[in-house]
Write a protein that binds this ligand. Structure first.
Ligand code: ADP
Ligand code: MG
Length: 228
């Protein structure tokens, strides 16, 4: 599903370069539930942005669902993102003046799905995260955990191949974090490939494989057989 080979990424800093990713090799198969662990500044978001086609790598190879990713223009990247990827962010990134249902149905609007059908499908996904009763509420009326569940429903609504979650529980207390992780476990059980980025050991331990990033390289990559 995701394959990277000798992946490098630097950021220009004046005349210098900050070499953040220094030759990563990683292969994630369909149905896996993987966490990428690393301390702040270790390059986790940089990697996720590349995997999510929000940024480009400098060197090496990235193959997403069999497609070699190279020098994509924004339009092509947007099409692939919409087709293959669902995103969940620490800050939820919901649209504040739209209801939960409208937020979840928005990706379907961009995919050209008609209004009636959009509402029906969006409602199914809201029910999946147990927020059917909250369909007509605004994000400001919801708790952090509820907002993140809306964001997960929104990520799922286009039936992506992979969910990419950047610190999905970073803004939540531990009880709420567990509830959000439980939803991710449930959708993984149904076959969804999930990649979670986190700096919290507790969160990583709930996934099926932990990849540790340090100083721009992969330090370890271990299956968690107790979660298999
Ligand atoms: P993490 O998500 O693990 O905290 P990041 O991938 O956000 O780490 O950042 C890795 C390093 O790259 C940090 O030193 C950060 O300051 C730097 N960095 C991130 N984005 C940029 C950017 N757009 N321009 C310059 N430096 C950046
Ligand atoms: Mg980050």
């Amino acid at each position: 599903m995701i394959e990277i080979k000798n992946l490098h990424k630097s950021y220009p800093i004046g005349k210098d370069k900050l070499h953040v990713l220094k030759g990563l090799n990683l292969s994630i198969k369909e149905g896996e539930f993987v966490s990428i662990m690393g301390s702040s500044g270790s390059g986790k978001s940089t990697l996720l942005n590349i995997l999510g086609l929000l940024d480009e790598h400098d060197e090496g190879e990235y193959i997403l669902n069999g497609q070699v990713i190279q020098k994509l223009n924004e339009k092509k990247a947007a099409i692939l993102r919409n087709k293959f990827l669902g995103f969940v962010f620490q800050s939820f990134n919901l649209i504040n003046y739209k209801t939960a249902l409208e937020n979840v149905s928005l990706p379907l609007y961009y995919s050209g799905v008609g209004r009636k059908e959009r509402q029906k499908i969006a409602m199914e996904y809201l029910e999946k995260v147990e927020l059917g009763a909250w369909a007509n509420h605004l994000p400001s009326e919801m708790s952090g955990g509820q907002k993140q569940r809306v964001a997960i429903a929104r990520a799922l609504v286009t039936q992506p191949k992979v969910i990419l979650a950047d610190e999905p529980t970073g803004a939540l207390d531990s009880a709420t974090s567990s509830a959000v992780m439980q939803i991710l476990k449930d959708i993984n059980k149904e076959g969804m490939t999930i990649l979670v980025i986190t700096h919290e050991e507790d969160i990583a331990e709930q996934t099926k494989r932990i990849v540790r990033l340090k100083d721009g390289i992969i330090m370890s990559d271990e299956l968690q057989l107790q979660n298999a």
